[in-house]
Design a protein around this ligand. Sequence first.
Ligand code: ZN
Length: 181
Amino acid sequence: MALCGCGRDSITADRRRFLTWAALGGGAALLGAGAPGRAWGAAKANYFLLNCIDYRLTAATTRYMGQRGLTGDYDQLILAGASIGVVTDRQPDWAATFWQTLDLARQLHGVSHLIVLEHRDCGAYALVLGEDFAKHPAAETRIHAEMTGKLAGLLRQRHPKISFEAQLMALDGTVERLSAA
Ligand SMILES: [Zn+2]
């Protein structure tokens, strides 16, 4: 039975799109093996942005990247909680998605710098840690520094050549840099 009521054609189209994507990834891997450090084709982006799904900060996130002059120079993965979505044991599929996507971005576009953009009053943090940090800004900053620090450690093991930075956005869109805990 079709899940979406849109029938077999749609499933076939989805499968075709997946195969195209897989072929692209496979091609990039082969090219990468022959030409280390080269991005696939002419496409090039230096940055990879990981940020949270929170709808309140979608526009502010795009604005922030633009203010840094990075428009058109970054790939982006949106994952609930940003770093905690990757480092928590509760969502191993999310971590796998993050690492696979980062690998692909590196192969396709040659990304060499990871920006993790956390935010205050994050529901994913409250959900995973069972604690609402929004009322305690100093503790909130510390816990974001701790989680992004864990992610930085994992990145060093997996991709020592990719540089790392962590930022924390307030609900008014202002951003402060996090230092590793
Ligand atoms: Zn969030």
